[in-house]
Design a protein around this ligand. Structure first.
Ligand SMILES: Cc1ncc(COP(=O)(O)O)c(C=O)c1O
Length: 395
């Protein structure tokens, strides 16, 4: 039978990236004791008050159809939140609610690009981004994110890759997997490039509330002169430890939202009113769990950096936000994937190979910071032992 070409475009972008994780899960199922530092999920349950709010809403009868934009209460709450945070008026006509950042980005890209277009995307990148772009038929043009710049995108690297087909500059701040947070000066310079070449700026800000102590988050939405070309996406998945609720949104120009609306209606026929009610509560006040997570993840990143400092040529990149730390294992001469598979087999520690996040992270590992401190300490001890064994100087 014949299938649409989108199925071919997405076929190679899924499972292979998660091979180490899948192998770790299979080993676990077979009875192995594995320290799993692969995926990052909030390390606390969804706060009870939000589950109660969703349950109360359901029981009060809020289980009917909604509309394509989102329930008026949550849309108004998001408009108020973004107006307060971004320092300029953002109205309800600039908000669209969709099921999670992932679906939101899917819909945003569907609204902005198609076959023949090019999207500029930092490399390394979050594992689903290439698929998000490929589903539209557009082409991903990787922009190298370099450790010497703290993995922050540089305007000069962007300019060098712009062609007449370039439509979108895709940002992710705070960044997964590097934990980099763009500075105001970075965004100013990138915004000037976007203006000069008439590009959209799409900004995935799902880790906004997980910036580490002392780090300041800046959004392209903060710049009034970028407002007509910026669309930011986020959700309560990370900030409120509620990924299963699939509750996200985007903020963009009113015309953009009007264009996206029929697409949302076509895809979803509206979202769930009881989840909208719970999200309205969640985004109306500071998250009760985000600051604690940021503190813990920051401390664990320090722990890893301290433990691996000077060990067998390993280098730890200190994140500024998010749920992950990066370890450079290139000194072992192995790819991240070969190192990670060996580490799993010999030391029973599961980490993500850097290659799963783009060629730019070849020879690196990504470690989730969501396990308790003692597990992280044990994992880094085993990583050091594995590297020592590879280099033939095990103590
Ligand atoms: C950078 C990034 N964007 C988006 C997502 C997906 O978020 P959501 O649960 O809101 O769809 C994730 C999840 O890990 C992520 O790391």
């Amino acid at each position: 039978m014949r299938y649409a070409s989108v199925t071919d475009r997405l076929a190679d972008l899924g499972g292979a990236k998660w091979a180490v994780h899948a192998r770790a899960r299979a080993m676990k199922a077979a009875g192995d004791e594995i320290i799993e530092l692969t995926i990052g999920e909030p390390d606390v349950p969804t706060p009870d008050q939000f589950m109660q709010a969703a349950a109360r809403s359901m029981q009060s009868g809020r289980t009917g159809y909604s509309n394509g934009r989102g329930e008026p209460g949550v849309v108004a709450a998001l408009a108020a939140r973004y107006t307060a945070r971004r320092g300029r008026v953002i109205g309800p006509d600039q908000i669209m609610c969709l099921p999670g950042t992932q679906t939101t980005l899917y819909a945003i890209l569907r609204t902005l690009v198609e076959a023949g277009d090019e999207v500029l995307l930092g490399d390394p990148m979050y594992a689903t981004y290439e698929g998000l772009i490929a589903q539209t038929g557009a082409r991903t043009v990787p922009i190298p994110l370099r450790p010497e710049h703290g993995f922050r995108m540089q305007a000069a690297d962007v300019v060098a890759r712009i062609t007449p087909r370039t439509r979108v500059l895709f940002l992710n701040t705070p960044h997964n997997p590097t934990g980099a947070v763009l500075r105001a000066a970075d965004i100013r310079a990138l915004g000037d490039v976007a203006k000069a070449h008439d590009l959209w700026i799409v900004s995935d800000e799902v880790y906004e509330d997980l910036v580490f102590p002392g780090v300041t988050f800046t959004s392209p939405l903060d710049f009034a002169d970028l407002a007509d070309r910026t669309v930011a996406a986020s959700s309560i998945s990370k900030s409120h430890a509620a990924p299963g609720f699939r509750s996200g949104w985007c903020v963009g120009p009113a015309e953009f939202c009007a264009r996206l609306l029929p697409l949302s209606e076509t895809m979803l026929f509206g979202s769930q009113p009881f989840i909208a009610d719970m999200t309205e509560l969640a985004v109306s006040e500071p998250s009760p769990v985000a600051a604690g997570m940021a503190d813990r993840f920051s401390r664990r990143a320090d722990l890893i950096a301290r433990q691996l400092a000077g060990v067998n040529g390993l280098y730890v990149h200190r994140p500024e936000a998010g749920m992950f730390a990066l370890v450079d294992v290139r000194a072992t001469g192995l790819s991240g994937e070969v190192f990670a598979l060996g580490l799993l087999d010999c030391q029973k520690v599961a980490v993500m190979p850097g290659e799963s996040f783009g060629a730019g992270l070849g020879g690196w590992l990504r470690l989730s910071l969501t396990q308790p401190d003692d597990r992280i300490t044990e994992a880094t001890t085993r990583i050091a032992a594995h590297a020592a064994g590879l280099l033939g100087n095990a103590a």
